[in-house]
Design a protein around this ligand. Structure first.
Ligand code: ATP
Length: 922
């Protein structure tokens, strides 16, 4: 069967030379006439390559991490139910039976919560992961360790992306629901999680372990002996592996024992599972505390559909989908991680906004940059493979190495173009990137590469194209045997084209040569208008497949030629590998400048993407003040879904009015409005323009949401428990600079209890300076506005129309937000009227509902505690205003305060029982 990667070579029966592999295409290859003796014996070196000989025999001069670290590869699918004997040296970590002693996996996932199934981490896993957003594309291994005893709650995390050679460390305090750990791991999209084996001793897991296995059921979990979580070893590893330009991280982490311990276990584990080790001084190591970014817990990220759509995981109706116009995998990854962890530093945000503004104003720069960036490959992934030293040398490794050199050349070839585009830019960030790209290491590497690799060798899409590039990558006259092998290869390819010609003529059929990685060369024929001799395919056509509108097949001679072709290629790749290894050895010392390039390309790609989003819809540059003020804000995802501008709304939240209660009937747009505010806030904090006419934000250090899940997939009790857990998390973690979105709290229980919970939660949040938007169906909560000066009631307006024919009333949703509490009553019953419920039931329900609400209202107004609270808050507000505005002299102020005291006493007397005056006297 033909895969979609099947390529047509374009060889027509009359043009056998157009396979793209003709020697005429490669200047110089055919000109080689004298072949001196080989520098190494062709047969012996070839043999050693197959057998996985030591790299030194091929002159591979990349430094190894340490001697004695050439471990055997092993099968990861195997599990061991017991911890093998422990010894300290690394060689003893190797299992005699093939399973290393470093880790253990539980015998049964059910009993312990350990998931024994692990995804083998092979080269294939590394290279086949391409999605930046889905878990299927996961390539990050995370090690997590928690302090014990008094240090419980102190968490150390180390993670390494197999596609990006950056070791990220973090350490922070996290107790209770361990929301920070869970959120951090969610953001990393792990392929595998490592923890010390002590987290699940005797079948009983620690709270953190249970939470992690519950939250990441599809992620492989591996328990590693606790002794490998060794901070001293972690520090040694980092000293050994960290690239010099990131050396300052050592100062940051040297006393952060838990993240160092996690790093030790992670790096030791990676040594075993990957068939390679990281070269010395090659890794980017960074410490990411939680203070530089705003914290968005994973439930909130899900509620707001930041990177995944809740209904359809493949849908692009997410904030990432709206903003993602990136051209490179690195850019997409950066955008995703920024959305999940927006910035908190206003200066950095403004620098990004300046850049976007410049990109929007300067069309030439915008398109120039877009073109330059669009050709870059995944530089992180390239770096990752370049800084790893394979422990085995196989034909695949050799072929991959040549590809990496071609990719490196392709990448470096693009640098001058990028420099040129950035040359005349004005804003700080673009200037900084322009300066950082002036680094002459890029040119030095390219010069060195060009001494060995052909000038026109470049990265191309398509398996045959790349095969050709690899085949002719090394310049002629560098290795005589290579030139001979290439000549042989070219001849075989020409023979194949000739054979297809002959076959076409023999049977009078329109055949053409095709190529796919799986089949090699084969023959293709269009089904359309095909008249077969004797109505069937000739018997010598074998391995026939039918795909779409084509027959694919081969013949015995062609299969033999394919074998000869492969043999010639093996020779070519082997000899090219030796040359490219030597080349990489010489450029290796400069390779770290690619970290700079990767940073520049991913950031520029992300900013271009954000600028691009502004050209699709009308976005404006946000400001940062102490107030959240939005004029005509729109929901960015809804706008994308409906394809036209949704109804826009204003928002205003300030310190003096930091709690907004939003009421309105079902379907009136409350949830949409709440999410819109949070999404605009996040967009602004990643440095994006926002879908409004004007917007000012107060930087939020945390964004919390409590948004109801769909009733149909949660039972009432579990909905309620979830609500309570989410609220508990908010209450424990909220700060004065948080943004909180709460939608329909307390609906998973009785109305009375629901109102009680909402009331108490509101009062707690009202004591903070956090900005809160609280949507509810409990109209009783609107009275908080009269009790607290910082509460403001708003409602979603609806209109009623009556049909002239039937007299039936219907509701028109305006989606407009207005001041005050909703006037709508019993809208739930009105919604029920539209269903098949019998009318007598609805009438009865209306009567009961009206009685209950009258009783509740009367009870509330006569409640002494409510009156006392009202008096206290009136006094507090007046005192606050006086303190702020007063220019009174001391005597007048005293008189004024006495007056206030009398007024307060009078208000208190109206409430029963009388309250003590102690507090007020003070
Ligand atoms: N500003 C808007 N402009 C256009 N359409 C909107 C707007 N806001 C909401 N809608 C539409 O109305 C639908 C219902 O909105 P939403 O779910 O926000 O209502 P709600 O008041 O939260 O309802 P409920 O109380 O039942 O949860 C949305 O799915 C959306 O299609």
């Amino acid at each position: 069967m033909f895969s979609s990667s099947t390529e047509e070579v374009g060889v027509t029966p009359e043009c056998g030379q157009t396979c793209g592999v003709s020697p005429n295409d490669r200047s110089g290859v055919n000109e080689t006439t004298s072949y001196g003796p080989p520098s190494t014996s062709s047969s012996s070196s070839h043999q050693s390559l197959r057998e996985g000989s030591s790299s030194s025999s091929h002159g591979l001069s990349l430094p190894r991490m340490a001697s004695g670290q050439l471990h055997h590869s092993f099968t990861l699918g195997k599990t061991s139910s017991s911890v093998l004997a422990t010894t300290s040296d690394s060689s003893s970590l190797r299992s005699r039976g093939g399973t290393p002693k470093l880790w253990r996996t539980a015998g049964s996932a059910g009993a312990t919560g350990i998931h024994p199934a692990r995804t083998p981490l092979t080269d294939h896993t590394v290279t086949s992961c391409s999605s930046a957003t889905s878990t299927s594309g996961a390539s990050v291994i995370v090690a997590v360790v928690e302090g014990r005893g008094l240090a419980r709650g102190e968490i150390g995390i180390a993670s390494l992306n197999l596609k990006c050679p950056e070791l990220i460390l973090s350490q922070f305090a996290d107790t209770g629901a361990y929301a920070k750990v869970i959120t951090k791991i969610h953001i990393l999209v792990p392929l595998e999680i490592l923890m010390p084996d002590t987290v699940s001793e005797k079948g009983k897991g620690t709270k953190l372990f249970n939470l992690i296995t519950e939250n990441f059921p599809g992620v492989a979990f591996t328990a590693i002996q606790r002794k490998y979580f060794n901070e001293r070893k972690g520090l040694e590893y980092i000293q050994q592996l960290c690239a010099p330009e990131f050396g300052t991280v050592l100062m940051e982490v040297q006393a952060k024992y838990y993240c160092l311990a996690a790093a030790a276990a992670l790096l030791k584990y990676l040594e075993f599972i990957q068939n390679s080790v990281y070269a010395s001084k090659s890794l980017k190591v960074s410490f990411k505390g939680s203070e530089q970014t705003a914290m968005i817990d994973s439930a909130s990220a899900t509620n707001l559909e930041l990177v995944v759509n809740n209904r359809d995981h493949r849908s692009e109706h997410t904030l990432l989908g709206v903003l993602n116009h990136t051209k490179t995998p690195g850019g997409a990854r950066r955008l995703r991680s920024n959305i999940l962890e927006p910035l908190v530093d206003v200066d950095t945000i403004n620098i990004r906004l300046d850049t976007i503004q410049e990109l929007l104003q300067d069309e030439e720069l915008f398109f120039g940059l877009k073109n330059a960036i669009g050709h870059f490959l995944d530089i992180d992934q390239l770096l990752s493979v370049l800084v790893q030293i394979p422990k085995q040398e196989t034909v695949q490794v050799a072929e991959a190495k040549i590809t990496h050199v071609i990719q490196l050349k392709h990448t470096l070839d693009l640098v001058p173009r990028l420099r040129l585009v950035l040359k005349n830019c004005n804003t700080a960030l673009l200037k900084a990137y322009s300066t950082s790209l002036e680094d002459n290491r890029f040119d030095m590497m390219l010069e060195q590469i060009k001494t060995v690799i052909n000038d026109d060798t470049t990265y191309l899409k398509g398996s045959l194209n790349m095969r050709t590039q690899k085949c002719y990558a090394v310049r002629p006259n560098i290795n005589e045997f290579l030139d001979i092998a290439r000549r042989a290869y070219t001849e075989i390819v020409d023979d194949i084209a000739g054979l297809v010609n002959q076959m076409g003529e023999k049977y009078g059929l329109p055949m053409r040569t095709s190529f796919s990685t799986a089949r090699g060369f084969f023959i293709q024929m269009k089904l359309e208008g095909l008249v077969l001799p004797e109505g069937k395919l000739p018997a010598e056509f074998i391995k026939v497949t039918k795909h779409k509108n084509n027959y694919g097949f081969t013949i015995a001679d062609m299969m033999k030629m394919n074998d000869r072709c492969d043999e010639a290629l093996r020779e070519i790749f082997h000899m090219s590998y030796v040359v490219t290894c030597q080349l990489l050895g010489t450029v290796h010392e400069h390779i770290h400048c690619l970290y700079k390039l990767s940073d520049a390309v991913s950031m520029l790609d992300m900013l271009l993407s954000l600028a691009n989003a502004c050209t699709i819809s009308d976005y404006v540059r946000p400001e940062f003040t102490d107030t959240l003020a939005i004029k005509q804000g729109r929901h960015p995802i809804l706008e994308r879904i409906v394809g036209q501008q949704p109804v826009s709304n204003n928002s205003y939240i300030s310190e003096g009015s930091n709690f907004v209660i939003i009421t309105g009937p079902n379907m009136s747009g409350k949830s949409t409005y709440l999410k819109q505010v949070a999404l605009c806030q996040i967009m602004a904090q990643i440095g994006s323009f926002v879908p409004t006419e004007y917007a000012s934000f107060r930087v939020a250090d945390q964004i919390f949401t409590r948004i109801g899940v769909d009733d149909d997939f949660e039972t009432n009790s579990s909905t309620f428990m979830l609500e309570m857990k989410e609220m508990a998390y908010i209450i424990h973690n909220v700060s004065d600079r948080s943004l909180i979105i709460i939608d329909e709290l307390g609906r998973g229980t009785s109305a009375e209890e629901g109102i009680g919970i909402c009331h108490t939660v509101c009062e707690f949040l009202l004591s903070l300076k956090a900005f809160t938007l609280f949507a509810t169906h409990y109209l009783e909560l609107c009275h908080l506005e009269s009790l607290y000066p910082n509460v403001e009631n708003q409602h979603m307006e609806v209109q009623h129309t009556r049909s002239a024919d039937t007299g039936a009333e219907s509701v028109v949703y305006t989606y407009l937000l207005n001041r005050g509490c909703s006037e709508e009553r019993h809208y739930g019953l009105r919604a029920a009227e539209m269903t098949a419920l019998p009318s007598n039931i609805i009438q009865e329900a209306k009567i009961i509902a009206s009685k209950v609400s009258q009783q509740l209202l009367a009870k509330h107004h006569s409640d002494p505690e409510t009156q006392r609270q009202r008096a206290v808050y009136h006094l507090a507000t007046r005192l606050l205003q006086t303190a702020r505005n007063s220019r009174l002299d001391p005597d007048s102020l005293r008189m004024y305060l006495k007056g206030l005291k009398k007024q307060y006493e009078a208000e208190l007397q109206a409430a029963e029982p009388p309250a003590s005056m102690d507090t007020e006297e003070e």
